[in-house]
Design a protein around this ligand. Sequence first.
Ligand code: ADP
Length: 246
Amino acid sequence: MSTLLEVSGISVTFDGFRAINNLSFQIGSAELRAIIGPNGAGKTTFMDIVTGKTRPDEGRVIWGEKSENLLKLNESQIARKGIGRKFQRPTVFEDQTVFENLLMALKKARSPFDVLFYRRSGHDRDKVEELAEEIGLKDELQRKSGELAHGQKQWLEIGMLLAQEPRLLLVDEPAAGMSPVEREHTTNLLVEAAKTRAVVVVEHDMEFVRRLNCKVTVFHEGSVLAEGSLDHVTANQDVIDVYLGR
Ligand code: ADP
């Protein structure tokens, strides 16, 4: 599997505090990865750097087959490269239906040039139905998004990101506040999504991470403390010490 994103030796200092400290991280083009670590470990700042929201003081962020330097691009240029981010709180349009939300996301994904070739609305309808099937909301297409259950809203937002065909999806705590059934569906959704793109999940819930059954990277004090299977990293004495606050 080829490397899609390579971050090397990045550091960020906020008011004298080193939030990211010589951090290196790589992800392959069709890989599911969980990032765990205590509060303040730098997980959010890392995602902010990858998406261009925060600039590192040093280091490199390299993208894709052409090894492009993402640090030369602004946030919207990075998004257009195919990096999507899902924040914890869903940002769907509540007074619009599921169908309308997905359609809007599809249209947003297109450049004005593409629009010339996508005049037929039948094509859009098929694509929206395909996405709704993928996220498990096929029977809810005509419902207002504001009426959806918490989990369904999260899936809708994932669907809206998938509509934009990202090559890398960054997802912040997707299982928070979900019922066991919703968690299971979310697991399947992310595992499925990672078959054709890279998906990075930041998650505190270890049971959820276990279900993802993927490689885990442990962040601590702005760098990578351990990496490997969940069993491997949770057996690491440094990781145990960090989680027990030693
Ligand atoms: P995590 O997501 O792992 O909880 P963060 O990336 O949010 O960690 O934060 C890492 C550290 O950087 C924390 O100590 C946090 O207080 C600090 N930090 C994050 N953003 C800022 C900022 N804009 N200004 C000052 N300190 C910040």
